[in-house]
Design a protein around this ligand. Sequence first.
Ligand code: NAD
Length: 260
Amino acid sequence: MLEGRTAIVTGSTSGIGLGIAHALARSGASIMLNGFGDPAEIETLRAEMAEGNDVDVAYDSADMSKRDAILMMVERAQARFGQVDIIVNNAGIQHVSPIGEFPPEKWDAIMAINLSAAFHLVQATFDGMCERGYGRIINVASAHGLVASPFKSAYVAAKHGMVGFTKSIALEGAEFGVTSNAICPGYVWTPLVEQQIDAQAKSHNIARDAVIRDVFLKNQPTKRFATVEEMGALSVFLCCDLASSITGTAIPVDGGWTAH
Ligand code: NAD
């Protein structure tokens, strides 16, 4: 389906990004993996993804809070693959705190990684996509790109910003075969969520089951976590020719959360 296409997936050593990278590779795309982690484990992951799908898979350790590192990653991807057709802006972090106590450096880091990185990456690849007449930008936003929750001010602001940026790219790319869409997951079972469950269970002194039921899945009517495979399947569809008219959207994959 995506044979001959090439993709950079940020934050793809774990969770949703890894699920999307697997799905794109399975569909035939070459992949530039990115994110932090144990170098030996990442190399095993890279090699297995390449061999298992008969595609080229590379890895770049660029820190998404650093514009220069992002631009170098793009140069490496272009040198290795010839071009970059698909960008998945997925890397993201969270910090939970009341506004009055929110550390300004956490605000800056969340803005840099969850929002500005997408601008730097798209800026470096967008013109080439337009010239070739095909491009796909997939921005992993969140249900928090559509609605807010208390104590997540920076995250909510960055994710709403991501949805707005998605729309601007869509309008600029529309006549050139470049689509741009935001995926807005509700809670997905990943290490990011796993950490928050443990932290909340500890801070409220309640059991993990209670945190899952009463905090995380409270607003998710399906009462189940979404899966990284669901994010991967949607991403593959958005990259297909049959999704050429889907652009500028923010697609909830949230079990009905934002239908409330
Ligand atoms: P995760 O913690 O499992 O994975 C995050 C990935 O980003 C990892 O590969 C990590 O190494 C990478 N990363 C973090 N900081 C980075 C940096 N500075 N530079 C490069 N890479 C960096 O998280 P996840 O749950 O898979 O989340 C992925 C995205 O999905 C995030 O943008 C998150 O906001 C969004 N999201 C997650 C959920 C959920 O429930 N898990 C819900 C909605 C949105």
